[in-house]
Write a protein of this length. Structure first.
Length: 435
């Protein structure tokens, strides 16, 4: 009876997501035939790479969703939540790993295997790679592996290779490493850890120096497993989320927590899970998760905790972003949606930039923007650490062009952001203040 109830609930969740997902937002949805666990845009945005259980690595056209290539001599095996796949910053390498002793690098254009990287343990089918990331300069590849014995994880660790020579340069034995993320400015990498045996024990987010490969410090904790971590495009922020239903935003340079969104995908007293995270810019964030009744993608202004868009899915395992396009590994499908019109984000990730070089007697910065709809809007100034400096407006504004003046008293020179949110609309303006 319990088994029947489980499958009935699964069927209802599938039908709910299928019937309520907004077709107008979807560019295309491609059925792969097995669970898709990882997706990754090429740097130019022309392709999406996908990793699915029991399938070869795939290259899909961003324009049509057509499978253009499957990479031979390798399959993603094992029914795991994560799969180890990444693309180099120049788009030339596809890095893949699963069971065994080897990480494989393919030429994305020709499909040929470029090289094979070997870990320092014996080739054994009970070892598997669960996550991998390549640095922006293509010099280092960082992977997480686990060792299973009798369907129980008994060991876990991190291996780091020199991507050019293929030499294994470091192995870190750990207590349940889960995800790795590399900073886009090539200075740090982060590892999230979970505790397999004691679910009530705190999970950690740790920051490492990419040059020395040494741990710098713990950024902080979650109460349960951390499912995903992601850097912002400029590398100044890190987001983390997991089974405790909380999204945390960390200032990487200051090494401190700057925001905590509790019960991000839950409702009422029901705490949901956060499965996947991606920054759009320093203000906007996308998360995939569940409240145990429905699975969805949420677009956030994380500064204000305002939900800009709720996009229903089947199971959002992984997310990838390029400009205003979002790729989703959604159960057996790869889905592409265009969020440009949904949240008002332009392709350069920052909607406008203003310089300010006042004379000693004039400190005013004039901010101009156009609203597509009349409605209630909040216009605020924040610093690069998401600290609110001033609210310029919190009320009704007509559709059309608007101008506001900000007099930056008591603040130093630097980068600031003007965030406009309301009426299912968001815009971020970058201000370079020089006194």
């Amino acid at each position: 009876m319990k088994r029947l109830w489980f499958f009935l609930m699964l069927f209802l969740m599938f039908q709910t997501a299928k019937s309520q997902t907004s077709e107008s937002d979807t560019v295309w949805s491609k059925s792969i035939g097995s669970e898709v666990k990882a997706v990754k845009f090429s740097p130019d945005g022309q392709f999406i790479y996908a990793a699915a259980i029991g399938r070869k690595p795939m290259k899909l056209s961003t324009e049509t969703g057509e499978i253009l290539r499957e990479y031979e001599e390798f399959k993603f095996e094992g029914n795991v939540f994560f799969m180890a796949m990444d693309v180099s910053s120049d788009g030339k390498w596809l890095i893949c790993g699963a069971y065994g002793n080897e990480m494989h690098i393919f030429d994305t254009e020709t499909g040929l295997k470029v090289k094979t990287l070997k870990a320092d343990y014996e080739d054994n089918s009970v070892y598997k790679f669960t996550n991998v990331a390549i640095t922006q300069d293509k010099r280092s590849i960082i992977a997480i592996y686990t060792f299973e014995e009798g369907h129980k994880v008994t060991m876990n660790g991190i291996v780091i290779w020199d991507a050019i020579s293929g030499e294994l340069i470091k192995t870190i034995e750990s207590r349940w490493a889960m995800k790795v993320a590399v900073s886009p400015i090539n200075n740090y990498f982060c590892i999230s850890y979970f505790w397999s045996e004691l679910e009530d024990k705190q999970s950690e987010v740790e920051l490492y120096d990419l040059n020395t490969l040494e741990k710098i410090q713990d950024l902080g904790y979650h109460n349960k497993r951390i499912y995903d971590i992601a850097f912002s495009p400029d590398g100044s922020l890190l987001a983390s989320g997991g089974w405790d239903g909380v999204i945390k935003i960390w200032d990487v340079n200051q090494k401190k927590l700057v925001k905590e969104i509790k019960n991000a995908h839950g409702f009422g007293d029901i705490s949901g899970y956060v499965y996947s995270l991606q920054f759009i810019n320093n203000t906007l964030l996308v998360s995939g998760g569940t409240d145990h009744f429905k699975n969805n993608i949420l677009f956030w202004n994380w500064h204000t905790e305002l939900k800009l868009r709720d996009y229903l899915t089947i199971m959002p395992y992984d997310l990838t972003i390029h400009n205003s396009k979002l790729g989703i590994s959604d159960y057996n499908n790869v889905v592409l949606i265009d969020f440009d019109e949904l949240v008002g984000v332009k392709s350069d990730r920052v909607d406008g930039k203003f310089g300010n070089k006042p004379n000693p007697f004039q400190l005013t910065t004039e901010i101009q923007f156009v609203l597509p709809f009349s409605g209630i809007y909040n216009i605020s100034i924040t610093d690069s650490y998401a600290v609110e400096i001033e609210i310029l407006c919190n009320g009704f504004l007509e559709q059309g062009e608007h101008k506001f003046q900000w007099i930056p008293k008591g603040v130093s020179s630097g980068t600031y952001f003007c965030t406009i949110t309301g009426n299912n609309f968001s815009k971020t303006l970058k201000i370079m203040l020089e006194k």
